[in-house]
Ligand binder design. Structure first.
Ligand SMILES: NC(=O)c1ccc[n+]([C@@H]2O[C@H](COP(=O)([O-])OP(=O)(O)OC[C@H]3O[C@@H](n4cnc5c(N)ncnc54)[C@H](OP(=O)(O)O)[C@@H]3O)[C@@H](O)[C@H]2O)c1
Length: 165
């Protein structure tokens, strides 16, 4: 099973502020949606709760949530108290590509397991509360998938890259 991390990161690796995203980039959300659709997605409890209630669990994808709280429950979601067990569920079900969708705590603990990184590089430097871990691009093969300008609905330009090992 391929393990992929997918994230939108600022120039300073910021990914979140006050439990929310630091930007509004609908075309990146569309990329996220079409890339992850049909695949298991694994996320931290804080990321799960940051998704507006009407959009969670994320549709068309089995959602796996990790928390250290053994009594945490959410409808139509598989909950685990360890990341390893969450990954094992996807593998046991025959998933070909698992997407780890954050947030910061979860990316940090899984980047060493990743075969692929789908990174949206956002041309923004914003102070936040959650960050993507440092990674060395020279250790990865990089393919640029999309360049997107700033416009009326996208408050920053961004470039989507796929890093593979
Ligand atoms: N830009 C992006 O691409 C992107 C993507 C995703 C999220 N985000 C942003 O990131 C922020 C959230 O990130 P975050 O770092 O604060 O939180 P997070 O990684 O989403 O979730 C952290 C929580 O996950 C659980 N957890 C962590 N490690 C665990 C482990 N080893 N075993 C079991 N459970 C574990 C704990 O839940 P309990 O506290 O319940 O025990 C912990 O509090 C939000 O602002 C969100 O908008 C941005």
């Amino acid at each position: 099973m391929i393990i992929s991390l997918i994230a939108a990161i600022g120039k300073n690796n910021v990914i979140g502020i006050d439990g929310d995203l630091p930007w509004h980039l609908p075309d990146d959300m569309k990329f996220f949606s079409r890339t992850t659709k049909g695949h298991h997605v694994l996320m931290g409890r804080k990321n799960f709760e940051s998704i507006p209630k009407k959009y969670r669990p994320l549709p068309g994808r089995p959602n796996i949530v990790v928390t250290r709280n053994p009594s945490f429950e959410a409808p139509e979601v598989d909950v685990f108290t360890s990341i390893k067990d969450g990954i094992a569920l996807a593998r046991d079900r025959g998933e070909e590509e698992l997407f780890i969708i954050g947030g910061g705590e979860i990316y940090k603990q899984t980047i060493d397991l990743a075969d692929r990184l789908y990174i949206t590089h956002v041309e923004a430097r914003i102070d936040g509360h959650a960050y993507f871990p440092d990674f060395d691009p020279s250790e990865w093969n990089k393919e640029v998938l999309q360049d997107h300008p700033k416009d009326d609905v996208h408050n920053f330009p961004f470039r989507i890259c796929l890093y593979t090992k």
